[in-house]
Design a protein around this ligand. Structure first.
Ligand code: GLN
Length: 546
């Protein structure tokens, strides 16, 4: 069967939830037994978001195959079963870099290399490559229609309809229908203008999804339909909701999946939304409330920890316990002390880069260890848990990471090249070090130690989890010590790299070098997050009794 493509553009303003809407629609089509994947085209010049600050661009989502991608790919994986890969995210930077290398190699045989057709051809090739094994590929175009930078992407998706046939291509435009407080009404004009802008590029949207604070009435829907040349049935109202996981059902209730299946002439079963209904029912039946503190330095933008926040919510669903997430700026802990950790039932120290905020994180870890509060350290959080233990329990005051102190005399955390040759350190000059694409990335195999808490949680001899870091636990130095209560609960294949640590004399203290948050989904959760939430609940009950 000829492959189908659904292109999703955004209008009026950014931050309308285009990624989540795209992911929800994909889940709805998946629920109709269709083989779908989702792709994101990002208009920025960076080759990938790996080098971008999380406080500016949100989290970097890592795929199983080790690509550093836009955080929207995290939404896609949380909504559908198809796993994302490096094929599912391209940026203007990656497209230009590819075309320019080809030009340098002489692949264009003397032609003048231009945006049309060379850049647009490269974009189309990537879309086709991504959708190779799928019947339907949903393609989200980053940015807002009218931006200069997304023009080549819009031109490429316009051409796709000519290349493969208009009936195999569907354009969805997501717009804002604002509510005016003074006149107490929803306004459709910005949507009309946005569609006009799309038309000027040669794209007539087939479906409009209108984001609004309130549900739109049929009068507004009819008006948009008339002015934007879209059938009334294809004007979908998407109002603000309590949980993003309600969106597949909301779209289904308005017949969006039916409309799309009819458009593509697909005869498939009705959507089976049982699993999503279960998620919604758990959401509506959460009991109690536990406070989980995320101690980090990117807390000014909660999107910087998006997958962790979602994974905690999934853990909440699995335990039927409401989770209140408290963002704690680790630098505030340095200034104001541990008062900020009162009333916290579980402490999570997430991943991070650079020295800022490290002292505050060490304070939080020490507090969790001593007060027996459930502690979850992820990546940098695990590295710091080891540093804290070496400094305060094993009394090795100089233990630290070469990320923060390059000449540290007890580098318990260091670059692998540094500690493999320890004590003869290889000096890596900063200017020799490329920051893009120089990390241990993606799925890696980890063996679990029998009798460890992690083994009990996973019920497996080995697991695969995703990594994103440069530094490693220096296992040469680690093994020289009597580690007392510290145990190695997970290690890599060659037994060289430490993947999970635990404390024997603590109810729940786990640090992992990998990022379990990337593989947690609302339907399945993640064993470590579910167990952490359960432990925090137990801690809350026991601390109330005391
Ligand atoms: N900065 C640390 C490293 O590069 C940890 C990275 C992370 O937490 N993702 O190893």
């Amino acid at each position: 069967m000829i492959k189908k493509y659904i292109f999703i553009t955004g209008g009026v303003v950014s931050s309308l939830g285009k990624g989540i809407t795209t992911a929800s629609l994909a889940s709805l089509l998946e629920a109709r037994n269709l083989n779908v994947t989702v792709m994101k085209l990002d208009p920025y010049i960076n080759i990938d978001p790996g080098t971008m600050s999380p406080t500016e661009h949100g989290e970097v989502f890592v795929t199983e195959d080790g690509a550093e991608t836009d955080m929207d790919l995290g939404h896609y994986e949380r909504f559908i079963r198809t796993k994302m890969s490096r094929n599912n995210n391209v940026t203007t930077g990656s497209i230009y870099s590819e075309v320019i290398s080809k030009e340098r190699r002489g692949d264009f045989l003397g032609a003048t290399v231009q945006v049309i057709p060379h850049i647009t051809n490269a974009i189309k090739n990537h879309i086709i490559k991504c959708g190779k094994n799928f019947l339907i590929t949903l393609v989200e175009i980053g940015g807002t229609v009218g931006d200069i930078e997304s023009l080549p992407f819009l031109e490429a998706i316009r051409q796709m309809a000519v290349d493969i046939g208009r009936q195999h291509v569907l354009y969805i435009h997501l717009t804002l229908v604002p509510y005016l407080l003074t006149s107490k009404e929803l306004k459709t004009k910005p949507t009309q203008h946005s569609v006009k802008e799309l038309l000027s590029i040669g794209i007539q949207p087939d479906i409009l999804i209108c984001r609004s604070h309130y549900v739109m009435n049929t009068y507004d829907q009819a008006k948009i339909s008339l002015f934007c040349n879209v059938p009334e049935k294809a004007v979908i109202s998407l109002n603000d909701v309590n949980s993003i996981y309600e969106i597949p059902k909301i779209l289904n209730n308005q017949g969006l999946d039916d409309y799309i299946c009819k458009y593509f002439n697909l005869s498939v079963p009705l959507a089976n939304l049982n699993e999503w209904e279960k998620v919604i029912s758990s959401l509506n039946n959460l009991k109690g409330t536990i406070n989980i503190g995320i101690v980090g330095k990117y807390v000014v933008l909660p999107d910087a920890y998006k997958s962790i926040v979602e994974a905690l919510k999934h853990g909440s669903l699995k335990n039927n316990i409401k989770v209140n997430i408290v963002f704690i700026d680790s630098q505030d802990l340095e200034k104001n002390g541990i008062d900020l950790l009162q009333k916290i039932d579980g402490i999570l120290v997430p991943g991070g880069f650079g020295y800022r905020g490290v002292c505050g994180k060490l304070i939080a870890i020490k507090y969790a260890r001593e007060k027996r509060i459930p502690f979850f350290g992820i990546c940098l959080g695990m590295q710091l848990a080891i540093i804290e233990y070496f400094q305060n329990v094993l009394r090795i005051k100089h233990a630290h990471s070469t990320e923060f102190f390059p000449n540290c005399i007890y580098p318990i955390i260091a670059l692998i090249d540094e500690w493999q040759n320890f004590p003869k350190k290889k000096i890596i000059k900063k200017q020799d070090c490329n920051l893009g694409g120089t990390m241990r990335l993606g799925n890696q195999k980890c063996y679990l130690t029998r009798n460890s808490l992690s083994y009990k949680i996973y019920h497996k001899d080995f697991i695969f989890e995703r990594h994103r870091h440069r530094y490693e636990v220096n296992s040469h130095l680690l093994r020289k010590n009597n580690l007392l209560q510290l145990i190695i609960a997970g290690y890599s294949v060659e037994n060289q790299l430490i993947e999970i640590i635990e404390l024997k004399n603590h109810p729940w203290f786990i640090g992992c070098q990998f990022h379990p948050e990337f593989s947690s989904t609302p339907r399945d959760g993640h064993p470590l997050f579910s167990s952490f939430i359960k432990a925090a609940y137990k801690y809350q009950i026991s601390s109330k009794i005391l």
